[in-house]
Design a protein around this ligand. Structure first.
Ligand code: SF4
Length: 286
């Protein structure tokens, strides 16, 4: 039986068995769900293709039910192809896909919660952009998705992936950590560097509050996906350069749990604090 409850255990299992992190995550999934390797792989591939389809079906002319969200992904696309892209092609594309997915969620389109609907743009933005720009195959992308899932599982078990329980650090923060680890893997990082990419990413999101305006997953959620995705890129690059988190990866997750518990309920998806109670927010739906 393959079981892990911490990033260190996940890393140790991969190192002891001489396999990649994704293989441990897949084996654990097979053991827990009684799926064959093929069934497990097919399920993950289905998730990846659903992300791809959601990205391809983005419609910049749609508005959310509030009529306040929509169209920013298209604006970013137009800017990215204008020849004035400040951030470079890859980063610009990652930002664009993240915003598009967040808007698709706000417009009630089909998305993959990864780990939640509010943070659905981070992981696909990074993975889909990587596949497009690095000529990676779907098999590699599915493996990266396993890596992300393994990191997300540990965070969910030891801290939280719900804004209502841990603030936005638990949603965009977790998604960013998952994406950072997956990206580091894609670029050839070993198991230890994968965990440090995730830790570096999460550290930079600690304390992020959940303060959705009007209780809608629009402001600040949609744009936060873009920041979470770029945060993942920075973290993966740091880890790939051999830079480690001074705080052990599992300690970062434990810190996130404690910070989440210390956050007042006003800053945990109740709409009673932060941006949600700003003067501008009062006029959001008017
Ligand atoms: S602000 Fe709250 S609702 Fe919005 S993405 Fe973050 S955790 Fe989710």
């Amino acid at each position: 039986m393959t079981v892990y409850h911490s990033l260190q255990e996940l890393q140790d299992l991969a190192e002891d068995r001489g396999v990649a992190v994704w293989e441990i995550v897949q084996q654990a999934d097979m053991d827990a769900s009684e799926r064959t390797a093929q069934q497990s792989y097919d399920k993950m591939l289905e998730m990846y293709r659903a992300m791809k389809e959601a990205d391809a079906k983005y419609d910049g002319s749609l508005l959310s039910a509030s009529k306040k969200a929509g169209g920013d992904g298209e604006k970013l696309h137009q800017y990215n192809v204008s020849g004035r892209n400040l951030c470079g092609d890859f980063v610009g594309k990652v930002m664009e896909k993240a915003i598009k997915m967040g808007e698709s969620n706000a417009c009630m389109r089909r998305i993959v919660a990864a780990p939640t609907a509010g943070s659905c743009g981070v992981l696909p933005a990074v993975l889909l952009s990587y596949e497009e720009d690095h000529d990676a195959g779907e098999e590699q992308m599915v493996q990266a998705l396993y890596v992300a899932a393994g990191i997300g599982k540990v965070i969910a078990e030891n801290a939280s992936i719900a804004g209502a329980a841990g603030g936005c650090q638990a949603e965009i923060g977790s998604a960013s950590a998952m994406a950072a680890g997956a990206l580091a893997f894609l670029q050839g990082a070993d198991a230890q560097a994968v965990m440090h990419a995730a830790a570096l990413s999460l550290k930079n999101m600690l304390g992020l509050v959940c303060d959705p305006v009007a209780g809608l997953v629009e402001v600040p959620c949609i744009k936060r996906n873009s920041y979470g995705a770029v945060n993942a890129l920075v973290s993966a690059q740091l880890a790939l350069a051999g830079i480690q988190s001074a705080i052990a990866p599992d300690d970062v997750i434990d810190s996130m749990r404690r910070i989440g518990n210390q956050l007042p309920c006003e800053l945990k998806e109740t709409g009673k604090g932060g941006l949600a109670t700003s003067e501008s927010a009062e006029h959001y739906l008017k």
